[in-house]
Design a protein around this ligand. Structure first.
Ligand SMILES: [Zn+2]
Length: 114
């Protein structure tokens, strides 16, 4: 009888890959702390304008930042987005629009914070 189980080996591999994906930390450009993707949002630059990548599927460079408004304002103040996204003259209006996005103040999901 063949006791080797190629299926088990394969599923172990899949599990390993999944672990890499879920434990793949990103660095918040605001506070420089690492966190999982689920706690961060992706910001991209489209023709010099910052844009929130809600679906996390926009092409090009992405900068990750916590959904904490403090992280966003710090990132904007220190020009972290411009540096991370290699944008020279970012549209200041797009930064303002970014600030207004409801993603930064989430009373529903913020309950577990404190
Ligand atoms: Zn942060």
């Amino acid at each position: 009888m063949d006791t080797r189980r190629p299926c088990a080996v394969r599923s172990r591999h899949t599990g390993f890959m999944e672990e890499i994906v879920t434990h793949n930390p990103r660095t918040c450009v605001g506070c420089r702390l690492r966190d999982t993707k689920s706690n961060l949002v992706r910001v991209v630059a489209v023709e010099g304008a910052f844009k929130l990548d809600r679906q996390r599927g926009l092409p090009g460079r992405g900068a990750w930042v916590h959904t904490d408004p403090a992280c966003l304002s710090r990132a904007l103040r220190t020009h972290a987005f411009s540096r991370a996204l290699r944008v020279r003259n970012a549209d200041p209006e797009s930064a303002q629009r970014l600030k207004l996005d409801p993603v930064w103040c989430h009373p529903a999901s913020g309950a577990e914070e404190r």
